[in-house]
Ligand binder design. Structure first.
Ligand SMILES: [Zn+2]
Length: 314
């Protein structure tokens, strides 16, 4: 009797270990966990400061600490650029022997050095970004991930809310190919395994990932990694101004990124649904427009509406 109890306990332990080791995905296919079930794989995904979120510009608080960023080495033409797939996104990293590009200012304390960039996309250009603005998706969203210089490694930074500064840049459909990304997109078919890497031909200055203007116009909030383990260690910056890719370039992300081997399905989509804001506030660098005149007009209309309603009620 006692022996069989041990046997049952042993089997249960194996089952538990197997479920804990379950991998995650965006679709829940092949026994993986879909986003709603990520907390069962990584408990932090059920936390109170998760990303992405829906940004409502009219509810964002202006903060004059949110000054312009200083971009260092962003114009440098990183010659030894590598890109890699991590099975969940197209990811670009640089040869570590180089001096990394970095950012400071922008309301951040200290300097953050570039770690990697990756892109989130969807099945179609109607829906692919992770963050939404007034509940509207962009076609895709590029994330520039930076690590706080006060931490030697990413592992050292874990558990600290100031660990990462991620810039989120919306990608909208444009008429023409975005030449800045041609070499990256051309190299996609070379990477078909999780963790495999390829060298891109041509230069890839990070400046090419940013919109040309209005780099000082953005939203800021404290949040998390948008993939398991969902650590709440990110100072998020979402730029208001998008960049543009052609439909053909976006289509290449959906059809050519084979992340599970040469015969695997392409990565059709990789955006996490928006998470509740809870007690957080979104801040903005955008000064509220002086709407003194329209404020008066608004109160007049409000007053008139109230009077009319009162008349109808009588
Ligand atoms: Zn991301």
């Amino acid at each position: 009797m006692a022996l069989s109890s041990y046997f049952v306990a042993f089997i249960s332990l194996i089952a538990l270990a197997a479920s804990e080791g379950a991998t995650w995905s965006y679709t829940g296919d092949h026994d993986t966990k879909a986003p709603a079930d990520w907390p069962s794989v990584a408990p932090l995904c059920g936390g109170n400061s998760q990303s992405p979120i829906n940004i409502i510009p009219s509810e964002a608080d202006y903060d004059d600490d949110l000054t312009a960023f200083t971009f260092t080495n962003y114009d440098k033409e990183n010659p030894a650029t590598f890109y890699a797939s991590n099975a969940h996104a197209l990811k670009v990293t640089f040869n570590t022997s180089q001096e990394m590009p970095s950012i400071s200012g922008g309301g951040l304390v200290g300097t953050y050095r570039f770690m990697q960039l990756h892109i989130h996309h969807g099945k179609s250009s109607a829906k692919g970004s992770e963050h939404t603005i007034n509940a509207m998706h962009y076609a895709a969203e590029l994330h520039l991930v930076h690590l706080n210089n006060k931490y030697a490694t990413f592992e050292d930074s874990l558990g600290n809310s100031d660990a990462l500064a991620v810039l989120g840049i919306m990608i909208e459909v444009g008429e023409e190919d975005n030449a800045n990304f041609s070499s990256l997109i051309a190299a996609i078919p070379e990477v078909t395994e999780d963790g495999s890497m390829a060298e891109m031909t041509g230069k890839f200055p990070l400046r090419a990932c940013l919109p040309e203007d209005d780099l000082d116009v953005y939203y800021r909030y404290p949040g998390s990694l948008t993939t398991p383990d969902c650590n709440e260690i990110v100072q998020w910056t979402v730029l208001k101004e998008p960049i543009y890719w052609s439909e053909a370039q976006l289509q290449a992300l959906r059809t050519k990124l084979l992340v599970g081997g040469a015969d695997s399905d392409p990565l059709l989509l990789n955006f996490r649904p928006v998470q509740p804001l809870k007690s957080r506030k979104v801040k903005t660098s955008m000064k509220p427009v002086d709407d003194g005149a329209s404020g008066v007009a608004f109160s007049f209309i409000t007053m008139a509406t109230m009077l009319l309603s009162a008349l109808f009620l009588m």
